[in-house]
Design a protein around this ligand. Sequence first.
Ligand SMILES: [Zn+2]
Length: 150
Amino acid sequence: MWTDEMRKKALETRLAKKKQRGENHTVISGRSAIQSGDKVIPVSDWEISIRVDWEHLPMQQAQTAYASLRKEFEKAGSILNARSMPTPGTYKCFMCKQTHVGQPRGTDYSYINADTGLMEPVLICGEKCWLDYQRLRIKERREREMPQSA
Ligand SMILES: [Zn+2]
């Protein structure tokens, strides 16, 4: 049972923590590792740390900060695009995830991954996977248009 006093206290604690973290400080990080025998070998760590007071920073500095962010964002986008391109002569089917030799039966270069917001080249190996892909697109469109319905 929560009393008003407890609620007030909890809110104060939350606000204090928020202040401690700093509202102008955004940190996002990730870590990936591979298991080798009984050892865990870290492969790569990443961290995005943004500490900019967008509200109060002098305009010129804020614009410089924004330009740096944008530059990094665009760099990441072009590198990830290049990485997602298949090695020449082979391709990975978007639906069955198998690697095939030769030319794909169908392609779609307008697909945007809803999770990442990045464009993904869609390469399809055959008739069945192409039909599956069409069904996926229809399903995704329905989910976008009617996010409330089940
Ligand atoms: Zn396939």
